[in-house]
Structure formats: structure tokens, C-alpha cells
Ligand binder design. Structure first.
Ligand code: UD1
Ligand code: MG
Length: 461
């Protein structure tokens, strides 16, 4: 949109969250509150998105790293009006209007913001804001209108008279201002109120008293405009959005055995004919391909699971890729940029990290593969481990196609096992094994005949 700048206020601590982290960092179904608001604002295609930061400034910045946003530091947080003042120099560079929104109203839709800006531009006043109604207005600023129904002021709950507190039309915190008159009005803000803060909401009365036109538009959907101020509200919204997400996935052909017991974050993509069992957690930028099955107790984060994969119970998969038709688990841990090839079989109690496993390879039971590169159709026996860490740095293990590593072998990295090589069970491999060779590296067995008779003799003495 032309001549439009967006200002997001995100510097506050959020005392009612009782947290060491700034409120806008708290996640709703996997997405930080600020991230949700940013997305809604970015779809307006404004000339600039300015974000006022203060508490946890670096972490707040990080949420938007890689996105088009500029930051203004509000060193001390003396209120929402003070936050807008902190952005004065930046706002002065713009023409037209500024849309001011709060960092703690994450459910806002772009269409609603568009409607507000359009109305503001048609009505032509100095400012236009959204209002909404709720039977329980506790905590919100109340909208005070005059006999003609025009807005006169917003009164914060702590400053309201008992009669004003009974007003159910509230301020959800979405304002569109013409920039030049806003600059002037900001100078007149004072902190002479119950909280000793500079209230952004006081701008309404200031502009009205100067005879300027301020318009308030009633928006029916209170839930969309609701602020998040406590853990309870955070959890309620998270649950509500999670429900919506699962419903849309069901409509797109995903089976949930018990949807209320499965946690799916908002950015997760799940294809049709996927079956998700109870107690499955899908987080971050995860994708699950068509026809895959994820059994109970499994957590998958920031990973790609292709088609027809079966992940059995109680696995953890993070930051990895599982190619089609692979099976994983139960009780496996796949992490840190690991790739499992097509049709791989990763069995019980197997950990794979920073590794690439070729197509058709099988790692059946109780193994540890770290910094390993395995070819196709390799067979790894039970209890095999790569000894990849030599105290200072990690070393690689490379295993060629069709190699077989016998049970309980240790591969002391760096080491290479050639294609079609075989490692005898119980070996400790310290040197490279040529292709097609058999490596046996274990102590020869010694049988002492008649040992039982020797023992019995000892007992008689
Ligand atoms: C504010 C409004 C209230 C409205 C409600 C809607 C004011 C004075 N009150 O109250 O009328 O009903 O939102 O949800 O505006 N922030 C800063 N710097 C500061 C203070 C706050 O950047 O110095 C940011 C916070 O990070 C937050 C937002 O402004 O994202 C709102 O602050 P908050 O303290 O939650 O205001 P409310 O008390 O909810
Ligand atoms: Mg708030």
C-alpha cells in the first residue's frame, strides 16, 4: 500500500506473563507472537515496517532476521505513547499514514487492517481506530463517545470511573494516524495518570480537543482483536489455533486418531493420507509426505519426512530428512542434519546424527552413527558404534555400498570401510578396510576344557 508505514510496539516486558522473556517472544502454536503480527502487517506491503524494541531487544530482532523490518530502540519503557515517540525520527521520514499496532494482539487478519486503512482514507480524519465489544472488558481501555456517537477519548481501566468501567466497547489497539498531526499531538502527551505512563490512547482526546476528526470503527469479532497478557490467554489462543490447524488438515485428508491429543504447529505441512497417532508432536518447519504414518510419542521438528514413511513409537526427529518408504523406530533419535535414504530401516534404540545414510540401508538395533556416510544397502548389526569423538574434534566414518558391519563392532574414526567389505562381529576397527575384504579384529578365543571339574574340585577342599 502506498504512503503507509507500519509501527509495531514490541518493547514491553509483559509483567503479567511472569516471565524472564519479553512477551512478544512467547510462541502461539509454534510462532512467536511478534512473528504472527509481522506476517499480518507484511501482507499490506507497506513502505516500511518499524518495530519498537526494548526488552530482550536482540532476541526480538532475531525473530525477524531475514525479513524486511527496521528497529527502533526504546531503552526504557514508559508506556505505549512513549514507544511511539521513540520512533518519531523514523516516522518523520514517511509521508501519508502510519498504522500503529501492538505486539500482543497476534490474531489480527490482514483484511481487517486493510479495512481500517481504507476507512481512514475515505473518512479523511487525523486518526481512525478500531473498537470492539465484549461482555467482559476487564483490562482494556474503554471507548468514551459523545451524544452524537463520536469518540471523545479512550480511558484506561485503571483511570476509569465506575461508570466508565461499565462501558463494554473497548480499545483493541489498532490505530491509523496521519503522520504530521500525530507528530504534533505526541508532544502533548503527559504521564499524569494512574500508571505514570505515557499512554498512546491519550492521543484520541488530545486530537479531539484540538478539534480534529477522529473516527472509531466497530469491529464485530472480539476474538480476532484480543490482546494476550497472561499465560492463560496464551494457552487458550494456542489451543484454539491448533484446533483450527488440525481441522484444516483433516479437511485436506489427514487422519488424526485422536486430534485433541496431537500437537501440530501452525507452519507444519502434512500431506493427504498421513496417519497421526495420539501424543505425536509436529513442530517448526516440518513436512510429512503423503501416506506416511507417525506413531504415538514421537516428536518431529524442522524435518522433512517424504512419502510412505513409517515412524514408530517414541522417536525424536529434529533438523533431518527422511526419504520415502523408510521406517524408523521405535525409540530412535535422528538429528542434526541427518538424511536417511529411500527405503532405509532404522530400528530400535538407534541414534543417528550429522550423517547421511544411503538408500536401502538397515541399522536394526541399538546402534550409534555420528558423522557417518553410509552407502546403499549397507547392513549395520546390533550394537555397532562409530567412535567419532577424539576429545577435540569429531571424525568421519565412511562405509561403501553393500558393506556389512557385524554386531557389536566399534568403528574408530576416521575410518573407511570399502564397498562389499565385511566386518566380523565384535571387531574394533582402527584402520581402513579395502573393498570386498573381511576384517576381524578381536582377541582369539581360548577354551579351557573340563573347567567345571576344576571348579567342583575347589568346592570340596
Ligand atoms: C493497551 C492499551 C489499552 C488496550 C490494550 C489492548 C495503552 C495505554 N493501553 O493496554 O487501551 O485496550 O492495549 O490490548 O496503550 N509497549 C512498548 N513500550 C512500552 C509499553 C508497551 O513497546 O513502553 C508495547 C508492549 O510490548 C505491547 C504493547 O505495547 O506489545 C501493549 O502494551 P501492554 O502493556 O500490553 O498494554 P495494555 O495494558 O494491554
Ligand atoms: Mg496488552
Amino acid at each position: 500500500m502506498e504512503d503507509l508505514c507500519v509501527l509495531i510496539l514490541a518493547a514491553g516486558k509483559g509483567t503479567r506473563m511472569v516471565s524472564n522473556r519479553a512477551k512478544v517472544l512467547h510462541k502461539i502454536c509454534g510462532i512467536p507472537m511478534l512473528g504472527m503480527i509481522y506476517r499480518a502487517a507484511a501482507r499490506l506491503r507497506p513502505a516500511e515496517i518499524l518495530v519498537v524494541i526494548g526488552h530482550d531487544a536482540d532476541k526480538v530482532r532475531e525473530i525477524l532476521s531475514g525479513f524486511r523490518a527496521s528497529f527502533v530502540l526504546q531503552r526504557e519503557q514508559f508506556g505505549t505513547g512513549h514507544a511511539v515517540r521513540a520512533a518519531r525520527a523514523e516516522l518523520k521520514k514517511h509521508r501519508g499514514d502510519v498504522l500503529v499496532i501492538l505486539g500482543d494482539t497476534p490474531r489480527i487478519k490482514t483484511e481487517t487492517l486493510k479495512k481500517l486503512i481504507k476507512r481512514h482514507r475515505t473518512l479523511g480524519g487525523a486518526a481512525t481506530l478500531l473498537t470492539t465489544s465484549t461482555p467482559d472488558p476487564t483490562g482494556y481501555g474503554r471507548i468514551v463517545r459523545n451524544d452524537k456517537g463520536n469518540i471523545e477519548a479512550i480511558i484506561e481501566e485503571k483511570d476509569a470511573t465506575p461508570a466508565q468501567r461499565r462501558i463494554t466497547e473497548i480499545n483493541p489497539g489498532f490505530y491509523c494516524f496521519k503522520i504530521p498531526p500525530l507528530m504534533e499531538a505526541l508532544r502533548e502527551l503527559s504521564n499524569d495518570n494512574a500508571q505514570g505512563e505515557y499512554y498512546l490512547t491519550d492521543l484520541v482526546a488530545i486530537q479531539r480537543q484540538r478539534g480534529m476528526q477522529v473516527n472509531a470503527i466497530l469491529h464485530e469479532d472480539f476474538e480476532e482483536l484480543r490482546g494476550i497478557n497472561s499465560r492463560k490467554e496464551l494457552a487458550e489462543l494456542s489451543t484454539a489455533l491448533g484446533k483450527q490447524k488440525k481441522l484444516s488438515l483433516m479437511n485436506a485428508g489427514v487422519t488424526f486418531i485422536d486430534p485433541d491429543k496431537t500437537y501440530v504447529e501452525l507452519d507444519v505441512k502434512v500431506a493427504k493420507d498421513v496417519v497421526l497417532y495420539p501424543m505425536v508432536t509436529l513442530e517448526g518447519n516440518t513436512q510429512i509426505g503423503e501416506g506416511s504414518v507417525v506413531r504415538s510419542g514421537t516428536r518431529i521438528a524442522d524435518s522433512i519426512v517424504e512419502e510412505a514413511v513409517e515412524i514408530l513409537d517414541s522417536c525424536v526427529v529434529t533438523d533431518s530428512k527422511i526419504r520415502k518408504s523408510a521406517t524408523v523406530g521405535p525409540f530412535s533419535h535422528i538429528h542434526s542434519r541427518t538424511t536417511l535414504g529411500e527405503g532405509c530401516r532404522i530400528g530400535n534404540f538407534v541414534e543417528v546424527t550429522r550423517s547421511a545414510i544411503g538408500d536401502g540401508t538397515s541399522v536394526g538395533h541399538h546402534a550409534y552413527l555420528g558423522d557417518a556416510k553410509l552407502g546403499q544397502n549397507v547392513n549395520i548389526g546390533a550394537g555397532v558404534i562409530t567412535c567419532n569423538f577424539a576429545g577435540a574434534r569429531k571424525h568421519a566414518t565412511i562405509i561403501g555400498n553393500h558393506a556389512m558391519v557385524g554386531a557389536d563392532s566399534q568403528l574408530i574414526a576416521p575410518v573407511k570401510i570399502g564397498r562389499e567389505a565385511m566386518i566380523a562381529a565384535g571387531s574394533t576397527i582402527t584402520d581402513d578396510v579395502p573393498p570386498g575384504a573381511l576384517a576381524i579384529s578381536r582377541v582369539d578365543q581360548f577354551n579351557k576344557a573340563g573347567w567345571i571339574n576344576h571348579l567342583k574340585g575347589l568346592k570340596k577342599d
